[in-house]
Ligand binder design. Structure first.
Ligand SMILES: *Cc1c(COP(=O)(O)O)cnc(C)c1O
Length: 363
C-alpha cells in the first residue's frame, strides 16, 4: 500500500508559532509578544462587535463594500482597488499562491516576516532569503538574487521583527530594478506607526505600477488581531485574479463592523502614534542605559539585542519571572535578540526595570 503524502515542499514547513500568551503559575500576564497595540480594542469597535451578535445568523457582505469604502475614505484610496481578507495573512497567501508555485522563486530579505517563507513553500516556490546589511534589506543584493524564475519579491516595510524602515527611494529603486512580470508585495502592517514624512506605505508605487501590491492590517495599531481583518491595495488586474480565488465570505461580519468602527474612532491613530513614539524611545533608551542594544525601530516594538543567545534566553527568563512575555526570535535567525512590544507606560517601565536589574546581576 502506498502512504498518503502531500506535495513534498509542504513537509519542509515548520508550523507557525505565535507569540506566547501564558506562563505556568503566573496569573497576571503582560503579553508583549505579538505587537497587538498598547490600548486594547477601540471602544467603538467593542460596541460594534456586541451589536453584531444579534445578526450572527446572517451571512456577511461578501464584497466587504462598506469596509472597503471606509478604508478608501480614511486613506484616500480607490475602494475598487482594495480587497479585504481574514487578516492580511490570508491575502498574502492568495497572492503567493496565485503568482508563485512550483518552478518559481520568491525573494525576501533574510530577516523578513516568516509568513512569506511558510506560504512560499506551501505554494511550492523556492524561497530565497537575501542577506541584509545591518539588519536592513539590501536592495542591490535582492536585485542580484533575481533570476529568470523569480515571480515574487516580498518586502515588509517597516520590517517585523527588526523594526527597520527602508527609505522610500530604496523601495522605488527595488521596483524599478525588477522585471514587469515580478510581483512586489509591500507589507505595511506597521504603516500607521511610521512618523517619517518621507514614508510611502505603497500607495504611490501601487498606483504607478501594474505589479505592486500593498498589504495592511487591523491587527496592530487598531487592536483587532482577534477579529482577523486585513486589506490590500492592488492594481485592477491583480484584484481581478484574487477576486476569482478568495472565499466568498472570507471576512466575518463582526470583524468588518469592528474595523469600520475602529476607523471612525476619534483620535485613535493619533493617540496610539503619540504613545508609541514616546514610549518606544523611552524603552529603547532604558535598554541602552542598561547596556542592551536596541535596534532602531519604526514599529510598535523594539528589537533588544543581548549579544549572545545565552544572555537573551536568561533575559527572557527574567522577564517571565515578572510575568512579561517577550518574543524570542531565534526562529528568525536572531537568537541573541528578543522582540518587545511597546505596551502601556507601566508595562514599559516594568520591562526597563526588570532588564536593568537583570544586566546588573549578569555583570
Ligand atoms: C502582524 C503582521 C501581519 C499579519 O497581520 P494579520 O492581518 O493579523 O494577518 C502581516 N505582516 C506583518 C509583517 C505582521 O507583523
Amino acid at each position: 500500500m502506498t502512504a498518503l503524502t502531500p506535495r513534498p515542499s509542504i513537509l519542509t514547513i515548520e508550523p507557525y508559532v505565535g507569540g506566547e500568551s501564558k506562563i505556568p503559575g503566573v496569573n497576571r500576564i503582560i503579553k508583549l509578544s505579538s505587537n497587538e497595540g498598547a490600548f486594547g480594542p477601540p471602544p467603538g469597535a467593542i460596541a460594534a462587535i456586541a451589536r453584531m451578535a444579534a445578526e450572527a445568523h446572517r451571512y456577511p457582505d461578501g464584497n466587504a463594500t462598506r469596509l472597503r469604502e471606509a478604508i478608501g475614505a480614511k486613506f484616500g484610496l480607490d475602494p475598487a482597488r482594495i480587497l479585504c481578507g481574514n487578516g492580511s495573512d490570508e491575502l498574502i497567501a492568495y497572492l503567493i499562491l496565485a503568482y508563485g508555485g512550483e518552478g518559481t522563486e520568491l525573494i525576501m530579505p533574510a530577516h523578513g516576516f516568516v509568513m512569506y517563507d511558510l506560504t512560499g513553500r506551501y505554494a511550492g516556490c523556492r524561497v530565497i532569503k537575501v542577506p541584509e546589511r545591518n539588519l536592513m534589506a539590501d536592495v542591490d543584493a535582492m536585485l542580484a538574487a533575481v533570476g529568470p524564475r523569480t515571480k515574487l519579491v516580498c518586502l515588509v516595510n517597516p520590517n517585523n521583527p527588526t523594526g527597520a524602515l527602508l527609505p522610500r527611494a530604496e523601495v522605488e529603486r527595488l521596483r524599478r530594478g525588477l522585471r514587469d512580470d515580478i510581483l512586489l508585495i509591500l507589507d505595511a502592517a506597521y504603516a500607521e506607526y511610521v512618523t517619517d514624512p518621507d514614508y510611502d506605505p505603497g500607495h504611490r508605487l501601487v498606483d504607478a505600477s501594474g505589479n505592486t501590491v500593498m498589504t495592511r492590517t487591523f491587527s496592530k495599531i487598531f487592536g483587532l488581531g482577534g477579529m482577523r481583518v486585513g486589506w490590500a491595495y492592488m492594481p485592477p488586474a491583480v484584484a481581478d485574479v484574487i477576486g476569482r480565488i478568495r472565499g466568498p465570505f472570507n471576512v466575518n461580519a463582526a470583524g468588518m463592523a469592528a474595523a469600520i468602527a475602529a476607523l471612525e474612532e476619534p483620535g485613535w491613530i493619533e493617540r496610539s502614534v503619540a504613545h508609541n513614539t514616546e514610549w518606544r524611545a523611552k524603552l529603547a533608551a532604558g535598554l541602552e542605559a542598561a547596556g542592551i542594544k536596541a535596534w532602531p525601530s519604526a514599529c510598535n516594538f523594539v528589537l533588544a539585542d543581548f549579544g549572545t543567545p545565552e544572555r537573551a534566553r536568561a533575559a527572557d527568563a527574567a522577564l517571565r519571572a515578572r510575568g512579561v512575555i517577550a518574543r524570542g526570535v531565534a526562529g528568525y535567525g536572531l537568537p541573541s535578540c528578543l522582540r518587545i512590544t511597546v505596551g502601556t507606560a507601566e508595562e514599559c517601565m516594568l520591562v526597563i526595570e526588570t532588564l536593568a536589574a537583570f544586566m546588573r546581576d549578569a555583570g
